[in-house]
Write a protein that binds this ligand. Structure first.
Ligand SMILES: Nc1ncnc2c1ncn2[C@@H]1O[C@H](COP(=O)(O)OP(=O)(O)O)[C@@H](O)[C@H]1O
Ligand SMILES: [Mg+2]
Length: 300
C-alpha cells in the first residue's frame, strides 16, 4: 500500500442533475508532492475535493486515496486525510481551543493525546495566545489559519486544501503560503485547489489544469509552461485597431497571441527576429498563458 499514489482518479464522473461537474476525469497525485488543481470558478474543483473526502460519491469511475477505495473505505480515508474546506465551518459558539478539541474527538484521537494535539494546533495556527478567544472574534486570516491547523490535528499523511486563500488580502495570503510550505516540508502530501495562478506557481510541484470538469493538462508548472507556451512572451500595448493589426501580423508569421484588456500578448516570442511591429515588453510566460492557450478563456 505504501507504493499507492496519494490520489488516484480514473474516468471519474459526478453529475448534479443536468450538470456534469466532473467529467471522465483522470488524475494521479504522487505521495510527497504539493499538487495544485488550477481552474476557474465552476471548473469542478470543490466537487473533486468532496469526492476525495467521501462527502460526495462518484457516479462513475474509480476514486482512491492512499490506496483506499472511496466511498467504501471512507473511514480509513478520514483517518489518514486532513480536510480544509473552501467554506469555513468553524463553530463560532466555541473558543479557538474548543474548536480544536471537538475536532480531536471527532477524529477519534485517544483522550490522553488530545491536549498535546490541541496545543500543537494552536502553535501551527499561531494562535496560542488566543486559545480562549471566541472564534467569532477572530479576523479572517486567523480563522483560515485555525481551519488549516484543525485539518492537521491528527497528523494526516495527505491534506486537502480547497481554495485555502480565497478572498483574503495579499499579506494574509503570504502567511498562509508559508503555513502550507511548512506542512509540505514536514513530508505531508498536499493537494490544493486554487484559481490563483501565483499561488499554484509558488507552492505547487505539480499542477493539473482543470476546466469544465476535466483535467486538460498536468505537470510541473515550468514544464507545462515550456510545453504549452514557449519561453518568452511579448506584451504589446496599443489602440484596439493597432492590436488587431498586430494580431493579424503575428498570426501570419505562425505566432500565437492572446488578448488581455488593453494589451496583446504574442506567445512564442523567442522566435521573433527583430520584426518592426514587435516592440513591447518581454516577459516570462505564466500558467495564465497556459490556461488561455488550452481553454481559450481567461482564468481570473
Ligand atoms: N451540490 C450541488 N448541486 C448542484 N450543482 C452543483 C453542486 N455542487 C456543485 N455544483 C455545480 O457543479 C459545477 C462545479 O462546481 P464546483 O465543484 O463548486 O466548482 P469549483 O470549486 O471549481 O468552483 C458548477 O457548475 C456548480 O454549479
Ligand atoms: Mg470551489
Amino acid at each position: 500500500m505504501s507504493s499507492s499514489p496519494a490520489v488516484l482518479l480514473e474516468q471519474v464522473v459526478k453529475r448534479f442533475g443536468a450538470i456534469t461537474a466532473v467529467d471522465h476525469l483522470d488524475l494521479e497525485v504522487p505521495v510527497g508532492s504539493c499538487f495544485g488543481l488550477l481552474g476557474p470558478n465552476g471548473a469542478g474543483k470543490s466537487t473533486l475535493m468532496r469526492l476525495l473526502t467521501g462527502q460526495a460519491v462518484a457516479d462513475e469511475g474509480r476514486v482512491e486515496v492512499l490506496g483506499h477505495r472511496l466511498p467504501e473505505d471512507s473511514r480509513a480515508v478520514r483517518a489518514v486525510c486532513g480536510v480544509v474546506p473552501q467554506i469555513d465551518n468553524l463553530d463560532d459558539e466555541l473558543t479557538v481551543a474548543e474548536n480544536l478539541e471537538v475536532y480531536a474527538r471527532l477524529q477519534r484521537l485517544p483522550r490522553d493525546e488530545r491536549p498535546a494535539a490541541v496545543r500543537r494546533g494552536l502553535e501551527i495556527a499561531h494562535l496560542v495566545d488566543r486559545a480562549d478567544t471566541p472564534t467569532s472574534e477572530l479576523s479572517g486570516g486567523m480563522r483560515r489559519r485555525l481551519l488549516i491547523a484543525r485539518g492537521l490535528l491528527h497528523r494526516p499523511r495527505l491534506v486537502l486544501l480547497d481554495e485555502p486563500t480565497v478572498g483574503l488580502d495579499p499579506q494574509i495570503r503570504q502567511q498562509l503560503w508559508a503555513q502550507i510550505a511548512a506542512i509540505r516540508a514536514e513530508g505531508t502530501t498536499v493537494a490544493m485547489s486554487t484559481h490563483y495562478i501565483e499561488e499554484a506557481e509558488r507552492l505547487c510541484d505539480e499542477v493539473a489544469v482543470v476546466y469544465a470538469g476535466r483535467v486538460v493538462a498536468t505537470g510541473p508548472p515550468a514544464d507545462l509552461i515550456a510545453r504549452t507556451v514557449g519561453s518568452e512572451v511579448l506584451e504589446i500595448a496599443g489602440s484596439p485597431g493597432a492590436l488587431a493589426d498586430i494580431e493579424t501580423q503575428a498570426r501570419s508569421e505562425g505566432l500565437r497571441t492572446r488578448r488581455s484588456g488593453t494589451t496583446i500578448a504574442v506567445l512564442d516570442a523567442e522566435r521573433l527576429d527583430g520584426q518592426a511591429w514587435a516592440t513591447g515588453e518581454r516577459r516570462a510566460p505564466t500558467l495564465e498563458d497556459v490556461f488561455v492557450v488550452l481553454t481559450g478563456e481567461e482564468l481570473a
